[in-house]
Ligand binder design. Sequence first.
Ligand SMILES: [Fe+2]
Ligand SMILES: [Fe+2]
Length: 194
Amino acid sequence: MDALTFLRTDHEGVLGILESLERGRGSGEAEVRARGNLVTTLVIAESQHEALEEQFFWPEVRRTVPDGDDLADRAIGQEDGAKKLLQQLKNSRAGSSEFEEALTRFIPAARAHIEFEQSEVWPAFADAIPPETSNELGRKMAAAKAMAPTRPHPGTPSGPGYLKTLGMVSAVVDKIRDMISGRRSHYPPTVPPA
Ligand SMILES: [Fe+2]
Ligand SMILES: [Fe+2]
């Protein structure tokens, strides 16, 4: 699987969740509970996705794409902002004003970030990267997904170096905490490695 196909599949999953969240903003008990569960899945999917981009995709963009540093810096700035909102969502109760306010800010920011990546970064990436390199990158991301952190970790550096060392320790701790808390049952479906 090439890198952009892998990332597109992730984006489609996230967009699907955002769409459901936009449709259901009611305050009935069942609706609030469903929204909380959906947001847990969203936080996990987004945390994994951005961590994989930071470890594999942005370093390749910086290395190969003209103006890659600028594109990667802008994208990572957006991702860092999103992580703070994801953290707020994770730490608040569905239905509370803190939660609903974070969600109201997160949905358009996430859509704008995906749009930025797909319309500004991906075409430049596709022009600059040979297909074999893109395939190799896609394989690496698919294989690493199971190991990626499931929580946003907004206080930690967003570079690839961190994830290769302490980030992986955080990911293991995340998984153990998820297993104990039952959060594991909210994991999004995984893409099978190509
Ligand atoms: Fe991203
Ligand atoms: Fe992305």
